[in-house]
Design a protein around this ligand. Structure first.
Ligand SMILES: Nc1nc2c(ncn2[C@@H]2O[C@H](COP(=O)(O)OP(=O)(O)OP(=O)(O)O)[C@@H](O)[C@H]2O)c(=O)[nH]1
Ligand SMILES: [Mg+2]
Length: 664
């Protein structure tokens, strides 16, 4: 029988047991000879020093092993929201996922985010309820919670016997001839649910025919492979309970990758590392075609060809040369010096799109504790930013400032440790600031006549108008090509996004409509560069005329806690400028939802937890930007040379344009 391949991601809220499960898989499949342990800092996929020291995963980590005649490429992912970018990149290369939920903590904030993405991308997923050994674990209750909270079409394939006992046993849910009345009635309920998806089953059920467990499991398998239904399994990862069954399930409920070789190359870079000797190491999943050492391959995203040097694969803790890589598999390619994470190799058709989990809403400045390390720090951040482009690293050379975008404080602490361990740089960060944006207050015009010092000629008038929240940037030109040639107009359009990177309050400008309403070029004097230089001047002059208002990022939240804390929580929320609905009550608990600024709620999850003795929960997700009064937000100085400072700007921009380093 031909060997199949499955690329699986293991996902969960922080601490649910992903790395522990990965370790058990490796051990059980004989990929490793000793069982590693996160609590003893010996887990294979938590290999960074900082992961060992803190007991949390920070990076996605692929490993490979064989099970049931299938190659399983498993990617252990970090659960902390601050590292969502790592998970997001991995989501695009999966044939299936294991979503882990702790039997005690249940559905947590990040579980919702992950589930939404898995659904959007229609990834077949096995739900694994872990830690059923913990006192107070109630499997049936947690299954109901999962079905209700995630609004998921999920069906158990296992059952916990002797639950409140230390002798808890995981049994087959679809066993025939059971004497257990509770199980019989549960089976009936779920058969009805399954019958909604299968007409033959519905007929047989209505005709009271005997339906075997084997047949039901087959139906569940078919539906799971299409991501129409999701099996729920149970386990105690720490003790290896339920692991063999979960591994079997990976090969039964998740479809195998396309391993057809007679097709054109198509691959995606989902992770980037750096090696001192080999340079950039691109982790690639092939969706079709094949590759071998020294092949010249086409990078579709960069529109260049690069020669690959070596192809390797990580089985457990070290990389091994494999020389070639075939459709459906993942491997590590070295030799491509320009490759970036997210790049498409070969043809783009058929590569899954991405789904956004979280976007960084905070910005910080990095500083070297020792002034002499400044240039090294900049180089290190450049390298880290190529591995994680969401860091959005900006190096303002004239100000000697290093700016990054981050998701949260834990990410900042981890970055500091990585800079220390990997680059031997002592760095610190300023307090994070929310990433504000700005938008025009009213309509107005910006006029620019750039015709001195010669040779140059670009005359333009822009109309600037505010647009609805969340609408982004719209640009149009009403100027005829007789007045401004098309090639110059193209440069204007291309320069608009750069011109909007910083408005008059120092933040990115959005929700804006810009129309080029008048313009003039010159047969002799005009150059494309003149329009590139003039556009930011015209746009910023326009913004100066319209004025801008600040926008701040908002979160949509749901809080649930005990009724006794309602008064304190609502007063906290009011102080945080939250808008919220009336609470809903159930038993002695209440639930409340609304929206709140990111800037006022940064530490609220921790505060809520200490206020409620750990029982209160807050879930939130990014809602969008809203207007923010100037005195409650923050304006910044313009970074770099300001286009409104005309003579300085022209000098700077001409120099940059000539040197081909156009960087506003
Ligand atoms: N009681 C109990 N503890 C478990 C079980 N599985 C894992 N743990 C413990 O839970 C903690 C977190 O386990 P990890 O495997 O690091 O969890 P993770 O999901 O990889 O965490 P992050 O990668 O940081 O998101 C460790 O202390 C484990 O020993 C289990 O089945 N029962
Ligand atoms: Mg982990």
């Amino acid at each position: 029988m031909q060997q199949t391949i499955r690329n699986i991601g293991i996902l969960a809220h922080v601490d649910a047991g992903k790395t522990t499960i990965t370790e058990q898989f490796l051990y059980l499949s004989s990929a490793t000879r000793a069982l590693g342990n996160v609590d003893k800092a010996t887990a294979i996929t938590d290999f960074l020093e900082v992961e060992k020291a803190r007991g949390i995963s920070v990076r996605s980590a692929p490993v490979s092993f064989k099970w049931n005649n299938s190659v399983v490429n498993l990617i252990d992912t970090p659960g902390h929201v601050d590292f969502s970018a790592e998970v997001e990149r991995v989501l695009r290369i999966l044939d299936g996922a294991v979503l882990v939920i702790s039997a005690i903590e249940g559905v947590q904030a990040h579980t919702y985010t992950l589930w939404n993405a898995l659904q959007e991308l229609k990834i077949p997923t096995i739900i694994f309820i872990n830690k059923i050994d913990r006192p107070g674990a109630d499997v049936l209750m947690i299954i109901e919670e999962i079905r209700k909270e995630l609004k998921i079409n999920a069906i158990p394939v296992q059952y916990a016997e002797n639950e409140s006992d230390t002798n808890i046993k995981i049994a087959d849910f679809w066993t025939d001839n059971t004497q257990n009345n509770e199980l019989i009635s549960l089976q009936e309920n779920y058969i009805e649910l399954l019958a909604e998806h299968n007409d033959q089953l519905l007929d047989d059920y209505l005709n009271e025919m005997k339906i075997t467990g084997i047949r039901l499991k087959e139906i569940i398998q078919q539906l799971s492979k299409k991501a129409d239904l999701f099996p729920i399994m149970l386990g105690i990862a720490k003790e290896g309970e339920g692991i063999r069954e979960l591994l079997d399930a990976v090969t039964q409920y998740i479809p195998s990758a396309n391993t057809d070789l007679d097709t054109e190359l198509s691959g995606l870079v989902f992770k980037l590392e750096h090696d001192k000797k080999l340079g950039r190491l691109a982790h690639v999943r092939l969706f079709s075609g094949s590759l071998k050492n020294r092949d010249l391959i086409y990078n579709h995203s960069l529109n260049i060809e690069e020669k690959i040097a070596r192809i390797q694969k990580v089985y457990t803790n070290k990389k091994e040369d494999i020389g070639q890589l075939f459709s459906g598999d993942i491997g590590i390619i070295s030799g491509m010096s320009k490759v970036r994470v997210g790049d498409i190799l070969g043809k783009p058709e058929g590569i899954p799109k991405s789904s956004s989990l979280n976007i960084p809403l905070l910005t910080v400045q990095a500083k070297a504790k020792n002034e002499a390390d400044y240039a090294n720090l900049a180089a290190a951040l450049q390298e880290l930013s190529s591995e994680d482009p969401m860091l959005n690293f900006i190096w303002l050379k004239s100000e000697k400032e290093l700016h990054l975008k981050i998701m949260g404080k834990v990410q900042m602490e981890i970055l500091q440790t990585i800079l220390q361990n990997r680059f031997e740089i002592d760095a610190e960060f300023t307090d994070p600031t929310v990433v504000y944006k700005e938008t025009p207050l009213k309509s107005g015009e910006g006029y620019i006549r750039y015709w001195m010092p010669k040779p140059c000629w670009a005359i333009m008038k822009f109309k600037i108008e505010p647009e609805d929240l969340g609408s982004g940037v719209v640009y149009k030109s009403k100027v005829r090509v007789d007045d401004v040639q098309q090639k110059y107009q193209n440069e204007v359009e291309k320069t608009i996004p750069k011109a909007l990177q910083q408005g008059i309050k120092g933040w990115e400008v959005t929700d804006i409509k810009i129309t080029l309403i008048e313009g003039e070029d010159h047969v002799m004097h005009s150059n494309p560069g003149d329009f590139i230089i003039a556009t930011p001047m015209g746009v910023l002059k326009g913004l100066e005329n319209t004025g801008t208002s600040l926008l701040e990022p908002m979160l949509r939240f749901t809080i649930s806690a005990q009724e006794a804390h309602l008064g304190k929580i609502t007063s906290d929320l009011t102080n945080m400028r939250a808008e919220f609905s009336n609470p809903e009550f159930e038993d002695d608990k209440f639930t409340l939802s609304g929206i709140v600024p990111v800037s006022t709620s940064l530490d609220y999850a921790i505060k809520l937890s200490s206020l409620t003795g750990g029982k209160g929960k807050i879930n939130y997700r990014f809602e969008g930007y809203r207007n923010c009064p100037d005195n409650l937000g923050k304006t910044r100085e313009y970074k770099g040379v300001n286009p409104l400072d005309e003579s300085k700007w022209i000098l700077h921009a001409r120099g940059a344009y000539k040197a081909n380093e156009w960087n506003l």
